[in-house]
Design a protein around this ligand. Structure first.
Ligand SMILES: *Cc1c(COP(=O)(O)O)cnc(C)c1O
Length: 368
C-alpha cells in the first residue's frame, strides 16, 4: 500500500530531537506561549523574510486575526476564491463580513487576476488570495489591482510554507500572510498551530494583542480579543521541524519533478504546472483527469491512496448557501472540483513509490 502521506515516517526520522524538545517544555512548564514560541516566531519570520511573526493556535485563527487587523469589520466584503479549503471563507464569516468569490485560473488553480477587478466594490476591505497546493497566486497582478484601489492583500499561505513568487517568499508580499501548522501541512505541529507574518509594526501589535484577549499588558484589555495562543510544546516541536523544512521541501520538489516527467504525455492525466517565476512547494501534487472518480477507484484497487482537494467548491457548500451563489457561477472552479485528484507526495516517499503510483495511474490508460 502506498499511503497519501506518512507522518509516522517523519517522526521516526527526527524522533530524538522532537522528544528532547517536548521534554524540555515539560521541564520548563511554559505550556502556553513562552520562550520556545517566541524563538519560533523569530525563526519563522526569518524563514519568510518578514520582520514579524505572531504564533496562534490554528491557521484559521491566523486568517481571522489578519483580516481583523487589516481593517475588515461586520458587513464588509473580502474577495477570495471558491476553490479552497473552507477555512478561507469561514474566517471572513467569523467577522460578520461577506466572502465575495472570483474564479480561479485553470492552469494554476489560484485567483484569476483578470476577474478580480470586477468583484471589487466600495465595501471591499481586503483581498485574500490562496496559494493553493503550495504554489503562489499571481501576486504581481493582484497587488497592482489592490494598490490601485487602496485595498490590503492578506495571503492565505496555509499550504505554501517556503513557496516563492519572483524570489519573494509567501506571506511577505501582502500586508500579512497566514500559515497553518496542521499536522499534514508541509510544516506540521503535533496538534494544531498557525502563524501570521507581517512587515508592518502596527499589524503585528494588533494581532499580538488580539490572540491573547486583546491585552496591552496583563488585565488591560484594549481590544475585544480571543484565546488564540500557541502551546509551548508546539512551538518547541515546530522549531525542530523548521530546521528540516528546506530539505523536506526539496524532497517534495524532486518527487514532483519525477512524477511530472513520468506523466508527461499521459493519456489519462494532466500533471500540474510549475508556473514560471514561482517556487512550488508541492503541499499537494494534483493531477487532472476527465474520469477522476474512475481513476481514484482503480488506484484504490492497486493499493494507492489519493485525495480530493477539494470536491465541492465553497460557493456550492450547504453552509454557504446564504451567500446566494449557484452552480455555474464559477465554472473553472467547478470543473477543477470534478477533475482534480491528489497523488501521494511526502518527503519520506521513495522514487520507487513514485514510479509505482505512476504505473497504477497509467495501467488502464488504453483499456478505455
Ligand atoms: C489548512 C488550511 C487552512 C486552515 O488551517 P487550520 O490550521 O486547519 O485552521 C486555511 N486555508 C487553507 C488554504 C488551508 O489549506
Amino acid at each position: 500500500m502506498i499511503p497519501f502521506l506518512d507522518l509516522k515516517a517523519q517522526y521516526a526520522s527526527i524522533k530524538g530531537e522532537v522528544d528532547a524538545a517536548v521534554l524540555s517544555v515539560l521541564g520548563s512548564a511554559q505550556f502556553v506561549l513562552g520562550d520556545e514560541v517566541a524563538a519560533f516566531e523569530r525563526e519563522f519570520a526569518a524563514y519568510c523574510g518578514t520582520r514579524h511573526a505572531i504564533a496562534v493556535n490554528t491557521g484559521t485563527s491566523a486568517l481571522h486575526l489578519a483580516l481583523l487587523a487589516a481593517g475588515v469589520g461586520p458587513g464588509d466584503e473580502v474577495v477570495t476564491v471558491p476553490f479552497t479549503f473552507v477555512a478561507s471563507a469561514a474566517a471572513i464569516c467569523y467577522i460578520g463580513a461577506r466572502p465575495v468569490f472570483v474564479d480561479i485560473d485553470p492552469v494554476t488553480f489560484t485567483m484569476d487576476p483578470a476577474r478580480l477587478e470586477s468583484a471589487i466594490t466600495p465595501r471591499t476591505k481586503a483581498i485574500l488570495p490562496v496559494h493553493l497546493y503550495g504554489q503562489m497566486a499571481e501576486m504581481d497582478a493582484i497587488a497592482e489591482i489592490a494598490e490601485r484601489h487602496g485595498i490590503p492583500v492578506v495571503e492565505d499561505a496555509c499550504q505554501a510554507h517556503g513557496a516563492e513568487y519572483l524570489g519573494q517568499r509567501a506571506g511577505g508580499i501582502g500586508v500579512s500572510g497566514c500559515f497553518s501548522f496542521y499536522p499534514g501541512k508541509n510544516l506540521g505541529a503535533c496538534g494544531e498551530g498557525g502563524i501570521v507574518v507581517t512587515n508592518d509594526d502596527a499589524q503585528m501589535e494588533t494581532i499580538r494583542m488580539l490572540r491573547d484577549w486583546g491585552q496591552e499588558r496583563r488585565y488591560h484589555h484594549v481590544l475585544k480579543g480571543y484565546n488564540y495562543r500557541m502551546d509551548g510544546i508546539q512551538g518547541a516541536i515546530l522549531r525542530v521541524k523548521l530546521r528540516h523544512l528546506e530539505d523536506w521541501t526539496e524532497a517534495r520538489r524532486k518527487h514532483a519533478r519525477h512524477y511530472s516527467s513520468l506523466l508527461a504525455g499521459s493519456r489519462r492525466v494532466q500533471p500540474p504546472v510549475d508556473a514560471a517565476g514561482r517556487r512550488h512547494v508541492y503541499h499537494i501534487y494534483a493531477v487532472r483527469s476527465p474520469d477522476r472518480d474512475g481513476l481514484q477507484r482503480s488506484l484504490q484497487a492497486e493499493g494507492v491512496q489519493s485525495g480530493l482537494h477539494y470536491p465541492i467548491p465553497v460557493h456550492l457548500q450547504k453552509a454557504y448557501a446564504d451567500l446566494g451563489y449557484r452552480a455555474g457561477d464559477f465554472p473553472v472552479s467547478e470543473a477543477a472540483a470534478r477533475e482534480i485528484l491528489s497523488l501521494p507526495i511526502y518527503p519520506e516517499m521513495t522514487s520507487r513509490q513514485v514510479e509505482c503510483v505512476v504505473a497504477a495511474v497509467e495501467q488502464e490508460a488504453y483499456v478505455g
